[in-house]
Design a protein around this ligand. Structure first.
Ligand code: HEC
Ligand code: HEC
Length: 215
């Protein structure tokens, strides 16, 4: 499979689906005071960790630090629209207006703590192979072709580097139940759906362990 073609094809889909026009992601929002932003980010950090590195509570709270602003904003919007379901984040996000979403996305991209680590241990040589080469026999493309060789993502393709492995495992296992829940509002979750679906449990564990160690 040609990596470039693959990413280009996916990008075309992403662009065609881009429905919101929140504007330049990653640029500071103009109408949000530093004080209002700090009050919000302090709140986010009670769950997502003081440096946005993630946290293990009753459920794994994902790392937000260094996340691609376009992806982070798109997920907040997905929680608001309930295209993505999670009772906690559906509650947290519904009060956020578009300017605040933009400001939050810009804020978290600049944090750069070390990966939290922990979680499942697995020989990461398997995970590395899946990440870089995919699983050709199951027609699974290399994760690197969309999420980047360094796992840092780009635009609508999320960063996976340093993400909590238990979070990654749960998201891949539950993709169909949590993402793309409004069939009349298709979104980028459909790009990842067949991949999440086709990975075996062992492959998910291995690749989750691998990306969690990327800096
Ligand atoms: C009470 C705890 C809590 C608070 C407060 C909270 N979150 Fe979350 N957040 C979660 C949990 C739990 C998840 C994982 C949801 C899932 O498993 O799908 C999550 C997921 C997310 C995601 C999806 C991440 C990804 O990689 O797809 C984003 C984005 C996010 N939160 C942003 C925020 C922002 C911004 C704030 C502050 C305005 C915030 N959260 C406040 C608990 C919280
Ligand atoms: C064709 C492009 C493409 C490939 C290949 C791909 N992904 Fe994705 N992935 C995406 C997109 C796009 C999203 C964001 C979906 C959304 O916005 O709902 C995503 C989201 C994810 C998420 C959710 C991240 C989060 O923070 O919740 C995980 C985990 C993930 N991918 C893991 C993988 C793994 C592991 C592989 C390789 C086995 C892989 N992806 C291959 C495009 C791809």
């Amino acid at each position: 499979m040609n990596l470039r073609l693959n990413r280009h094809a996916a990008l075309a889909t992403v662009l065609a689906l881009a429905s919101t026009s929140i504007g330049a992601y990653g640029a500071a929002a103009e109408n949000i005071s530093a004080q209002a932003l700090k009050a919000k980010t302090d709140y986010c950090k009670t769950c997502h960790g003081l440096d946005g590195q993630g946290f293990r509570g009753s459920a794994p709270m994902p790392r937000l630090a260094g996340q691609q602003p376009e992806y982070l904003a798109s997920q907040l919007q997905a929680f608001i629209d309930r295209r993505r379901t999670n009772p906690v984040m559906n509650n947290v996000s519904h009060v956020l207006d578009p300017e605040m979403v933009k400001a939050l996305a810009a804020y978290f991209k600049d944090l750069n703590p070390k990966p939290l680590g922990g979680g499942a241990k697995s020989p990461s040589s398997d995970g590395k192979k899946i990440y870089e080469e995919g699983v050709p026999s199951a027609n699974i493309p290399p994760c690197a072709s969309c999420h980047g060789t360094d796992g840092k993502g780009a635009d609508a393709f999320p960063r996976l580097a340093g993400q909590l492995p238990d979070y990654v495992q749960r998201k891949l296992a539950n993709w169909d139940k949590e993402r793309g829940q409004k069939k009349d509002q298709p979104d980028n979750s459909s790009i990842m759906q067949p991949i999440a679906h086709d990975l075996t449990e062992a492959q998910v564990k291995a690749v989750a362990a691998y990306v969690s160690q990327l800096n």
